[in-house]
Design a protein around this ligand. Structure first.
Ligand SMILES: CC(C)(COP(=O)(O)OP(=O)(O)OC[C@H]1O[C@@H](n2cnc3c(N)ncnc32)[C@H](O)[C@@H]1OP(=O)(O)O)[C@@H](O)C(=O)NCCC(=O)NCCS
Length: 212
């Protein structure tokens, strides 16, 4: 074995060791953050599942709101969860919210099991009311409807999801799409406004994978 090859193997082993240490550090840090929520229950989460992983400390609009997170969910950095008094944010298990995702709920946002949400995604179940041009928009309140995102959905980076939208199980939403209408299960939808371009293949004609 040449010296170059030896060095290559050594550097690789060092890299693997360091990445394992960092992973362990992230894991411990995630637990510490999650545990701090449990010290004073319900300040930030009405319920927080087991083994959730936090790369960063989420920001919250208000404390003591109806935010329920399932088991094994993961959170990137810079996540913002904003929940009004009648709103809720509920996720199933193994949901993943990537960096800088923003969820704002006055009516309700539900996210299913195993759903992946890319970075810079904005999910808002309400809009400013603006019908009356004689009144400042900021004084006209809000209108909206709950949002429901199914299980095993993949939402690309930079997507906007608006009020009343339902995204069916297994759907895929392309990066930077603006979703203003509901998307059926297993559809692939892209663009602004998001339109279905195809459906994912369904070899077995049963979607039992979603119940796992
Ligand atoms: C939608 C996506 C998954 C591609 O799916 P695909 O089945 O490989 O689709 P294709 O690349 O064959 O594209 C099909 C058509 O949709 C268009 N398209 C694909 N993604 C698009 C998008 N985000 N916005 C607008 N159009 C898009 C393609 O240009 C193509 O158009 P054409 O038929 O006129 O040529 C991918 O483009 C995407 O958006 N991925 C998200 C990646 C991401 O955000 N990752 C980070 C989060 S984890």
């Amino acid at each position: 074995m040449t010296t170059n090859e030896k060095n290559y193997i050594l550097v690789n082993m060092l890299y693997i060791l360091l990445s394992k240490i960092f992973k362990l550090f992230d894991f411990v840090k995630g637990y510490l953050i999650a545990y701090s929520y449990f010290l004073i229950p319900h300040i930030w989460f009405r319920s927080l599942g087991r083994q959730c992983c936090f790369q960063g400390f989420p920001r919250f609009g208000y404390a003591f709101r109806d935010i329920k997170i399932g088991h094994n969910c993961s959170f990137g950095i810079g996540i913002f969860l904003n929940c009004g008094p009648n709103g809720y944010i509920h996720t199933g298990k193994y949901a993943s919210l990537n960096d800088y995702t923003y969820i704002s709920s006055l009516y309700g946002v539900e996210i299913g099991d195993n759903t992946r949400i890319g970075e810079f995604v904005s999910i808002r179940d309400h809009d400013h009311s603006f019908a009356d041009s004689d009144v400042l928009i900021r004084l006209q309140g809000f209108s909206g409807k709950p949002i429901k995102i199914g299980s095993d959905v993949w939402i690309g980076r930079g997507v906007f999801i608006g009020k009343g939208v339902e995204i069916g199980n297994g759907a895929v939403i392309g990066a930077n799409s603006v979703v203003t209408k509901s998307i059926p299960s297993f559809a692939v939808a892209v663009g602004s406004p998001a339109k279905v371009i195809k459906y994912r293949t369904n070899k077995n004609q049963n979607h039992c994978i979603l119940s796992k």
